[in-house]
Design a protein around this ligand. Structure first.
Ligand code: NDP
Ligand code: MG
Length: 384
């Protein structure tokens, strides 16, 4: 069988580097067609030397020179490009089989649109693509699999639970949440949360934006929106449940009351590899479940009072239209400001809520109007 040619956008991030570990372990299965990084020229140079892609893009302006000097002339056959427009161009012009979209935030949205329009398959880690533009992308997904294959562990779990169930009515999707580092903190204690506290995720080691989203539980809200568009179910059939061990990655209950769960120790390589090889499975060297050692699996309801971001996300998807895009842009800016110690943790939902209330939206939902609303919301959230 011919190798799978993968274009990895965001190759220097947490998901991108884990994808390259999978590719390194399976050179007979995968080939790297292209890579992109934003600022990390040193790591991108190492990746180019090792994987010899056809093309590599550095998106942050003015860094191409640094990338070239880091390569010491060892470019091989790789074409080197600079800028976000070049990244967008690659999504349509490069010869590849699947795009792994591991960009963070709104920067991932237009690449997803471009790749799907060009008839490519997309392994989607960038959940923000579906949060912002789910309505535009919904046509490309049937139960999460037509051209858009989820990488997010919860949505991968649901996809795996749904195999063979195409004709069967679904009663509920149960999206598990670790609860993040503040699951047991009182509302009073949460007023003094520091960046360092919020970056300590109990179960997963991820990029900084999603780690803060997990701490505020905005991440679970974004995931409910993601599931809504991937699996085409009404919102009252999609529920979050706290499961602190992160062993069950999500569940599906069917009309006969039977519930299927997908399990494993937390390791993003499992859903990343599955999205790249779907519907096949190949060997992955990851710790196997030891049920004798595992003492208990516990569950709790989510707390919307202490985690208002989750409630705001549900309100945004219920409102529909541009609201999820406003939620996303305001959250990105607020998280960035929190990471820079410019605002406190409890200001994050306040800024998001202020933007949702104040920004008026155009009539027609499209890529250009979504870009305009994203920009306007960013400006408002940066001033707040
Ligand atoms: P990281 O922050 O670790 O990596 C982000 C990648 O995108 C880096 O390669 C970065 O380049 C690049 N990048 C950052 N900003 C821009 C920009 N403006 N334009 C172009 N490229 C940019 O993120 P993660 O890997 O953690 O997350 C990626 C996506 O996957 C997110 O949507 C996240 O929600 C989702 N996800 C992540 C999980 C995880 O375990 N990490 C789990 C489930 C979903 P550079 O580093 O060179 O600046
Ligand atoms: Mg997830």
């Amino acid at each position: 069988m011919s190798r799978i040619n993968v274009l990895i956008l965001g190759s220097t991030g947490s998901i991108g580097t884990q994808a390259l570990e999978i590719i390194r372990a399976n050179p007979e299965v995968f080939r790297v067609a292209g890579l992109s990084a934003h600022s990390n020229t040193g790591l991108l140079a190492e990746q180019i030397e090792e994987f010899q892609p056809d093309v590599a893009v550095i998106t942050s302006a003015g860094r191409l020179k640094k990338l070239k000097s880091g390569l010491n002339g060892a470019v091989g056959k790789t074409e080197l490009l600079e800028g976000y427009d070049e990244l967008l161009g690659l999504c349509t012009s490069l010869n590849y089989d699947i795009l792994l979209n591991a960009l963070v935030g709104f920067s991932g949205f237009v690449p997803t649109v471009k790749a799907l329009h060009a008839g490519k398959k997309v392994a989607l880690a960038n959940k923000e693509s579906l949060v912002v533009g789910g309505e535009l992308l919904a046509g490309y997904t049937v139960n999460g699999i037509k051209d858009l294959i989820p990488v997010d562990s919860e949505h991968s779990a649901i996809l795996q639970c749904l195999i063979g169930e195409e004709q069967n009515p679904i009663e509920k999707l149960l999206i598990t949440a670790s609860g993040g580092p503040f699951r047991t903190w009182s509302a009073d204690k949460m007023k003094d949360i520091t960046v360092e506290d919020a970056l300590k995720h109990p179960n997963w080691n991820m990029g900084s934006k999603i780690t803060i989203d997990s701490a505020t539980m905005m991440n679970k809200g974004l995931e409910i929106i993601e599931a809504f568009w991937l699996y085409n179910l009404p919102l009252d059939k999609i529920e979050a449940v706290v499961h602190p061990q992160s062993i069950i990655h999500s569940m599906v209950t069917f009309a006969d009351g039977s519930t299927k769960a997908q399990m494993g120790y937390p390791d993003m390589k499992v859903p990343i590899q599955y999205a790249l090889t779907w519907p096949r499975r190949i060997t992955l060297d990851t710790p196997r479940m030891d049920f004798a050692e595992l003492s208990s699996l516990t569950f709790e309801p989510v707390d919307y009072q202490r985690f208002p971001c989750l409630r705001l996300a549900l309100e945004a998807i219920e409102a529909g239209g541009f609201s999820p895009a406003i939620l996303n842009a305001a959250n990105e800016v607020a998280v960035h400001r929190f990471l820079n110690k410019d605002i406190s943790y409890i200001r994050i939902p306040e800024i998001v809520s202020g933007c949702l209330e104040e920004i008026s939206t155009p009539d027609v939902l499209g890529v250009d109007t979504l870009k305009a609303i994203d920009e306007e919301t960013r400006q408002r959230a940066a001033r707040a």
